[in-house]
Design a protein around this ligand. Structure first.
Ligand code: FAD
Length: 331
C-alpha cells in the first residue's frame, strides 16, 4: 500500500505518521521549501488544552483533544505537561466564572495559590483557574520532530513540490492542504490569527497563561529562554496581510496587563495566518474515491490533528469503508 500526503502542516505530518506506523509506504509533498512560515501550523501557539477549549467549542474537541495530548506525550519529548492557568483582571472576574461553567478538569486558585504556581504573577490576580492535566509544546520543534520520526520510518518528504490531489500517485492520496484545500472543499474559510514572539529578561512562566477579556482573550505560551508566544486574534477575515496596528496594540496591551515587566520585553517576531475552518468549526475527514481530505482544524491543529489522523488512517485502510468517511464530529 502506497500513500501520498499533500501538505506538511500538522495535519499532513500526523496523518503521514499514522500511516507509516501502520506499515504504509508514505510520501509527503509540500510546496514550501521547508518547514517554515508558509504553513498555518508554523504560527500556532502550541497549547494542548482540551478542557480550556471547551469554553468555546463542542464537547468532541475536549474528547479528541485528550486523546491527542496522550499521543503527543508518547511521541514528542518536548511536550511540557504543567497545565494551563486562566486569569482575569479584577473588573472581568465574571468572565472567569463563565469560563468555569463551560469547562471541566480545573481547580479554583486564590492569590496565594497563583503565586506558588507562578511566582512572577504574585500579587497580579485575585483568582484563577488551573487546568492541571493540560500541556503545551513548541509547534516548530514538534513539526521538525514529526519529520524526523517519519524519515526514521522510511517515509519520503519532498518540499518545493506543488501537487494537486488528482495528479498524485499512490493507492491513497491524503489531501492535507489546509486552506488551499478549498478548491475541493468550498465550505472552507480562513479565520485570521495574529501573533507575536516576545523575549522577556526579567519575567518567567512555566505554563501557558490565558488572560480572559470580553473582547480579546489572549494567551502567553512559554517557549524557553525567556521567549513567549503571544496570541492570538480571531478575525473573520481572509487577509493574509501584515499584522495591524490595532491587533498589535491589543496583544501587547494584554501582555502588559499580565505583568508590567513584559513592557520591557523585546518583540522578536510577529506574524499572521489563516486557520482553515468549516462552518461548524470542527475538523472533517471525507473520502472521494482514493482521495481522503483531512481539514477544518480551525484553532485546534495541534490539539486535534493526532486524533483526526488516526481516524483518517484507520478508516482509509479499512476495506469495508470505501464510501465517504464519517465527519469527525460523529466519530
Ligand atoms: C496565530 C495562531 C495561533 C494558533 N494557536 C494554536 C494552538 O495554540 N493550538 C492549536 O492546536 N492550534 C492552533 N492554531 C491553529 C493551527 O495552527 C491550525 O489548525 C493548523 O496549523 C492547521 O494545520 P493544517 O496542516 O491543516 O494546515 P497548514 O499548517 O496550513 O498546512 C498545509 C500545508 O499544505 C501545503 N500545501 C497547500 N497546497 C499545496 C499543494 N497544492 N501542494 C503541496 N503542498 C501544498 C502548504 O504549503 C502547507 O504547508 C493557531 C493558528 C494561528 C494562526
Amino acid at each position: 500500500m502506497r500513500a501520498t500526503v499533500i501538505g506538511a502542516g500538522v495535519a499532513g505530518l500526523t496523518t503521514a505518521l499514522a500511516l507509516a506506523e501502520r506499515g504504509v509506504a508514505v510520501e509527503v509533498v509540500d510546496r514550501n521549501v521547508g518547514l517554515g512560515p508558509g504553513s498555518c501550523s508554523w504560527h500556532a501557539g502550541g497549547m494542548l488544552a482540551p478542557w480550556c477549549e471547551m469554553a468555546t467549542s463542542e464537547p468532541i474537541v475536549g474528547r479528541l483533544g485528550a486523546t491527542s495530548l496522550a499521543w503527543w506525550r508518547e511521541r514528542f519529548p518536548g511536550v511540557v505537561a504543567k497545565g494551563t492557568l486562566v486569569v482575569a483582571p479584577a473588573r472581568d472576574l465574571a468572565e472567569l466564572d463563565r469560563f468555569a461553567r463551560r469547562t471541566q478538569h480545573y481547580e479554583w486558585l486564590d492569590e496565594a495559590d497563583l503565586a506558588s504556581l507562578e511566582p512572577d504573577l504574585a500579587g497580579r490576580f485575585r483568582k484563577g483557574l488551573f487546568f492541571p492535566d493540560e500541556g503545551h509544546l513548541d509547534p516548530r520543534r514538534a513539526l521538525a520532530a514529526l519529520v524526523e520520526r517519519l524519515t526514521a520510518l522510511g517515509a519520503a518528504i519532498r518540499f518545493d513540490t506543488e501537487l494537486e490531489p488528482e495528479a498524485a500517485r499512490g493507492d491513497l492520496v491524503f489531501d492535507c492542504r489546509g486552506l488551499s484545500g478549498r478548491t475541493d472543499m468550498p465550505a472552507l474559510r480562513g479565520v485570521r490569527g495574529e501573533m507575536a514572539l516576545i523575549r522577556a529578561h526579567s519575567f518567567s512562566l512555566t505554563r501557558p497563561v490565558r488572560l480572559l477579556h470580553p473582547r480579546l482573550p489572549v494567551y502567553l505560551v512559554p517557549r524557553g529562554d525567556g521567549v513567549f508566544m503571544l496570541g492570538a486574534t480571531m478575525l473573520e477575515s481572509e487577509s493574509k496581510g501584515p499584522v495591524s496596528v490595532r491587533s498589535m496594540l491589543d496583544l501587547l496591551g494584554a501582555a502588559f496587563a499580565v505583568h508590567p515587566a513584559l513592557g520591557e520585553a523585546e518583540i522578536i517576531e510577529f506574524g499572521a495566518d489563516l486557520r482553515p475552518a468549516l462552518p461548524d468549526n470542527l475538523p472533517s475527514v471525507e473520502r472521494a474515491g482514493r482521495i481522503i481530505r483531512v481539514n477544518g482544524l480551525f484553532r485546534h491543529g495541534f490539539l486535534l490533528a493526532p486524533a483526526i489522523a488516526q481516524i483518517a488512517a484507520g478508516a482509509a485502510l479499512d476495506p469495508h469503508l470505501d464510501t465517504e468517511l464519517a465527519h469527525a464530529n460523529s466519530a
